[in-house]
Design a protein around this ligand. Structure first.
Ligand code: FAD
Ligand code: NAD
Length: 472
């Protein structure tokens, strides 16, 4: 079979690229080993984890209502029904993608693909193997959980994020190895469902890449939700005892052991660039396994472009989709480049953490002068009405031009609120633009405008002595 454009991988990068290509009149096929479209994000990532986090959040809210004089009996959790409801979300969305692909005449080839040269793939299907030749290929093969060989003890009690999302049971105790995105999101899910969750993190902070001001309120809440958080601690060895896993740790106070019903490994992800036959093409892969691309998503092989997790960090679905669109537009002859001013990031914990653009530690590392305005949610009427004054909205502003360089938010709904920050950065807004845009009251969104007011020392709900405010 010959297809002018083949997209290898049907995740948020691959299907966004293929659908746009079809919309622009190209003949396109998606090859994926999975029988359903959606990739990691839809089938075993973003969507199932957010469905379960929604349940966890509602459970937490029922407890918080006690403070308002409303109490509920302890919840009964019917795991089979919960699992089925989560799977229904996935089935609905993946079914929608299949319909969209059919309507657009996008061919779907199910099978394991491998390059056999710059212009061809061999696809191992259920019935044999198929040769697919192409004029161009967009490689969107994504990533998989990083594995630490010493911890591969073949125990059903040790799982990765895919296993955790299957929700086989609610273990009495769960050790989460890695205090990053997955560790904290899935740790929150299991803790809300009733597991005693411990987190072990190698470095001296949770979410090492995130702003400290944002992590602090999250950590304070997680210290109450989780059984414990072990920082600067290493897992040395895992032992399957049959009924539990014995974990050997090395901490600042020396070695110790503890037993857990289950262990979740969440120590990062690796690009799916190996085993693809890329050595038969001109594609260049770096030491970490990421495929090298230019700002038009072109690899070193003129027929092959690459997008999403396989070509670098941050490994986020919205980055993959945007790169997919740039790749197609560049094949279509448009002057498209992937050069965003910011790629927003959200950790969907409670509180959520979200940021866009420059962070304080990036500014410090680059020796870049910034002015920082922090607006504590304790000054927001809406936050009080929600009983969530633990939030913070933070702006990083260029001291000379007053351009908004970075926005960070922690608090419930931060993941929704950050879109305004991303737009402000992308549009080159100055702090005054945010201040003078009328935000509806009472909303958490107002805190973005209020933090801009605070930058000028003029926030209604925050008193700053005149001398300090006049410094601006
Ligand atoms: P993928 O989605 O990984 O898709 C790659 C596809 O390629 C897969 O379908 C795979 O089957 C196919 N494939 C690979 N190799 C072959 C081959 N040889 N032959 C045939 N097919 C092949 N990101 C967010 O932005 N927000 C979130 O909330 C979020 N939550 C996450 C939660 C979890 C638990 C995990 C694991 C990830 C999460 N992510 C989140 C990350 C997000 O899932 C990825 O960034 C995104 O899926 C990357 O998209 P992609 O198209 O590059 O690759
Ligand atoms: P991560 O990089 O976010 O976090 C991994 C953590 O594990 C780090 O804090 C690291 O210091 C720690 N670590 C590494 N080795 C360790 C060890 N031996 N012992 C203890 N700690 C160790 O990786 P992740 O949580 O696995 O997630 C992978 C990627 O998937 C993320 O980086 C992100 O790109 C994506 N993701 C995004 C979302 C979202 O957007 N909300 C959610 C989940 C996953």
């Amino acid at each position: 079979m010959h297809v002018p454009l083949v997209v290898l991988g049907g995740g948020p990068g691959g299907y966004a690229a293929a659908f746009l290509a079809a919309d622009l009149g190209m003949e396109v096929a998606i090859v994926d080993r999975d029988e359903r479209l959606g990739g990691t994000c839809l089938l075993r990532g973003c969507i199932p984890s957010k469905a379960l986090l929604h349940v966890g959040r509602v459970l937490a809210e029922t407890r918080e209502l006690e403070d308002w004089g409303v109490s509920f009996p302890a919840p009964a959790i019917h795991l089979d029904a919960l699992r089925a409801r989560k799977d229904k979300v996935i089935a609905t969305l993946t079914g929608g993608l299949a319909t969209l692909a059919r309507r657009r005449n996008v061919k779907i080839v199910q099978g394991e693909a491998r390059f056999t040269g710059s212009g061809s793939l061999e696809v191992k299907t259920a019935t044999g193997s198929e040769q697919v030749s192409f004029d161009h290929c967009i490689l969107a093969s994504g990533s998989r959980p990083a594995r630490i060989p010493a911890f591969d003890i073949g125990s059903p009690r040790v799982m990765d994020s895919t296993g955790a999302l299957e929700l086989r049971d609610v273990p009495e105790s769960l050790l989460v190895v890695g205090g990053g995105y997955i560790g904290l999101e899935m740790g929150t899910v299991y803790a809300e469902l009733g597991s005693k969750v411990s987190v072990v993190e190698l470095t001296d902070t949770l979410l090492p890449g995130a702003d400290r001001d944002l992590v602090k309120p999250l950590q304070q809440r997680l210290e109450k939700l989780f059984a414990d958080i072990l920082m600067r601690t290493k897992v040395i060895r895992l032992e399957d005892l049959g009924s539990a896993v014995r974990v050997h740790f090395e901490g600042s106070a020396g070695p110790f052991t503890r037993e857990f019903s289950r262990v979740l490994m969440a120590v990062g992800r690796r690009p799916n660039s190996d085993g693809l036959g890329l050595e038969t093409t001109g594609v260049v892969v770096d030491a970490k396994g990421f495929v090298g691309v230019d700002d038009r998503q072109r690899t070193a092989d003129p027929r092959i472009l690459a997008i999403g997790d396989v070509c670098g960090e941050p490994m986020l679905a919205h980055r993959a989709s945007h790169q997919g669109k740039v790749a197609v537009e560049s094949l279509h002859g448009e002057p498209a480049v992937f050069a965003p001013r910011c790629i927003p990031a959200v950790v969907f914990t409670d509180p959520e953490i979200a940021w866009a653009g420059l962070t304080e530690h990036e500014a410090a590392a680059a020796d870049r002068p910034v002015e920082i305005s922090r607006y504590p949610w304790a000054a927001s009427g809406r936050a009080h009405a929600l009983g969530r004054t633990d939030g913070l909205t933070k702006l990083l502003v260029d001291p000379e031009t007053e351009a908004v360089l970075g926005v960070g938010i922690v608090g419930p709904g931060a993941g929704e609120l950050i879109a305004e920050g991303a737009l402000a950065i992308e549009m080159g807004c100055v702090a005054r633009d945010l201040m003078e845009t009328i935000h509806p009251h009472p909303t958490l969104g107002e805190t973005v405008a209020f933090s801009a007011e605070n930058f000028f020392g003029l926030a209604t709900e925050i008193y700053r002595p005149r001398a300090e405010a006049a410094a601006r």
